[in-house]
Design a protein around this ligand. Structure first.
Ligand SMILES: *[C@@H]1O[C@H](CO)[C@@H](O)[C@H](O)[C@H]1NC(C)=O
Ligand SMILES: *[C@@H]1O[C@H](CO)[C@@H](O)[C@H](O)[C@H]1NC(C)=O
Ligand SMILES: *[C@@H]1O[C@H](CO)[C@@H](O)[C@H](O)[C@H]1NC(C)=O
Ligand SMILES: *[C@@H]1O[C@H](CO)[C@@H](O)[C@H](O)[C@H]1NC(C)=O
Ligand SMILES: *[C@@H]1O[C@H](CO)[C@@H](O)[C@H](O)[C@H]1NC(C)=O
Length: 456
């Protein structure tokens, strides 16, 4: 259904584009004919300079069309943060339940392309956009070939978690195109300001998901840039329903595994040991690292030994490549990690895998809703967030009464009793679930999932 809708759109867009030159010609000839009739003597003038006359009038019309492209501020400060980007244009969710988007050229844009005059990296109100027909682009504009993914976010493309929320709708869009719509370029904005950086992890995931290396438009060339085609998402996943987010997460997981050559046939699914339990400690270095990694490792190893077929792996996120992370989490059933960006790797676990999260003192008391992002993410990606441990006590900072400021990036201690009881519960349940799956699906659902990514 989605595929058909997309194709139809393309056909309409193409027809609109094809109709444009004849339309312009008709207008030109009509004007020409009018001119002949009303002002000049039909016979002699016609004979004297027919082609030049038609060409001149046509040029004249094109000139008018060029001049009619009106540039408006990219960030409309009369609007709130959710609607100030391309504020005069309505985004639509097509099909229902997808993130709201704008497509150029399209019937809604009357076949016009999106042009951006965007030199400012500091003030979105100084950047501008206009719509223009391909054969009447504004003076001095460059036509950038291929499809552009235009992403406006109130957050940040260099932050892995926030960047992921802006990537999800594009990945879904790409999948719905039958995996044919590959971005030739990305145009990144924050509050209408040009951004030229994306975190390496996110760029690797974008490349894996869309099949095209990420090229970020810098808008350094003088004059406006008009995109041959553009898909714009300006509010991350806003409008996207749970089912479609889950489906997009499945797609990205599958594409990332394929991109990294994660081998389905070497998984336990085909080896008959699908009930084994793979526990991964993904450590941070510096801010929010565990004070005593060895002691933490011992607690979980001890609980793991009580579960048949259980195995603990430990790694530091900071010295793993993107594909190392995909590989490691692809073979993880329980992720144990302190609150932080490395947790976004939960995306690569099989669905229904478990996450255990840890915070320093202060977060529970003062960090507010934002500290639950990885609970939301578990929900989006089909994982089970098994709870969090907040460090309960600590010395106050003498010169900083704010408990969060004082503690948020400090190292995290541990409570052996608590960790052991918690781990025993999570490990036993996870193993039961896996065993249930293995019985119900002896071929291993995992191997099929990893070899066929749904491009539809
Ligand atoms: C956008 O949609 C709203 C509500 O559907 C409508 O009232 C408005 O006229 C539309 N604006 C444009 C520019 O199409
Ligand atoms: C996957 O595993 C099989 C068997 O172990 C091996 O023959 C094949 O080369 C592997 N493929 C990749 C991409 O690693
Ligand atoms: C990874 O990083 C940790 C901490 O920075 C370090 O102790 C460990 O030796 C590193 N491992 C490798 C394989 O580089
Ligand atoms: C996840 O677990 C639930 C039961 O807890 C089960 O109904 C569901 O089918 C599982 N999903 C997958 C994708 O394995
Ligand atoms: C450690 O956890 C146990 C079990 O929840 C609890 O009874 C105990 O008070 C905790 N110890 C410390 C020092 O917080």
């Amino acid at each position: 259904m989605a595929k058909i809708a997309t194709n139809t759109n393309h056909v309409i867009v193409k027809s609109a584009l094809c109709l444009l030159p004849p339309l312009l010609l008709t207008v030109a000839f009509y004007l020409h004919f009018q001119t002949q009739l009303s002002i000049f003597s039909p016979v002699c003038r016609c004979a004297s300079q027919p082609a030049a006359g038609a060409g001149a009038v046509e040029d004249h019309v094109v000139d008018r069309l060029r001049a009619s492209a009106t540039f408006l501020p990219l960030k409309d400060t009369r609007q709130g943060a959710e609607t100030w980007f391309l504020s005069t244009l309505n985004a639509t969710a097509e099909p229902e339940g997808e993130a709201r988007n704008l497509v150029f050229p399209s019937p809604a844009s009357a076949g016009r392309l999106l042009c951006l005059a965007a030199p400012s990296r500091h003030d979105g109100a100084r950047n501008a956009y206009a719509l223009a027909w391909r054969d009447a682009l504004p003076r001095g504009a460059a036509l950038l070939p291929g499809l552009a993914f235009v992403s406006e976010t109130a957050y940040d493309h260099t932050n892995i978690w926030h960047g992921l929320t802006s990537l999800v709708p594009f990945a879904s869009w790409h999948a719905r195109s039958g995996c044919r719509a590959r971005p030739a370029r990305w145009a990144l904005f924050h509050h209408g300001e040009v951004r030229t950086e994306m975190s390496g992890w996110l760029a690797a995931l974008a490349e894996a998901a869309t099949g095209a290396a990420v090229a970020i438009e810098t808008f350094d060339a003088p004059g406006p840039a008009c995109f041959e085609e553009a898909a714009v998402f300006r509010a991350n996943v806003a409008g996207m329903n749970k089912e479609r987010i889950l489906r997009a997460a499945d797609f990205m997981r599958c594409r990332a595994r394929a991109y990294c050559g994660v081998n389905a046939s070497s998984k336990p699914g085909s080896g008959g040991d699908d009930s084994g339990l793979r526990v991964t400690l993904l450590f941070r270095t510096g801010a929010r690292a565990f004070k005593d990694e060895a002691a933490v490792t011992r607690v979980f190893q001890k609980e793991c030994r009580r579960v048949a077929g259980c195995d603990v792996a430990a790694a530091h996120a900071n010295n793993l490549t993107f594909c190392d992370q995909v590989r490691l989490l692809s073979s993880t059933d329980v992720l144990i990690s302190a609150h932080g960006a490395q947790m976004t790797n939960m995306l690569f676990m099989d669905r229904n895998s478990s996450v255990m999260e840890f915070y320093p003192l202060g977060w529970e008391q003062r960090a507010g809703g934002g500290q639950y992002v990885f609970q939301w993410m578990a929900d989006w990606t089909g994982m089970r967030h098994e709870g969090s441990w907040w460090e309960p006590v600590g010395e106050p900072c003498p010169d900083n009464p704010d408990i969060l400021d004082c503690w948020k990036d400090r190292q995290i201690g541990h409570n052996e009793t608590y960790f052991a009881v918690w781990a025993a519960r999570v490990f036993a349940a996870a193993r039961e679930r896996k065993r249930g799956n293995a019985v119900g699906d002896p071929a291993g659902g995992r191997s099929r999932e990893a070899t066929v990514c749904r491009c539809s």
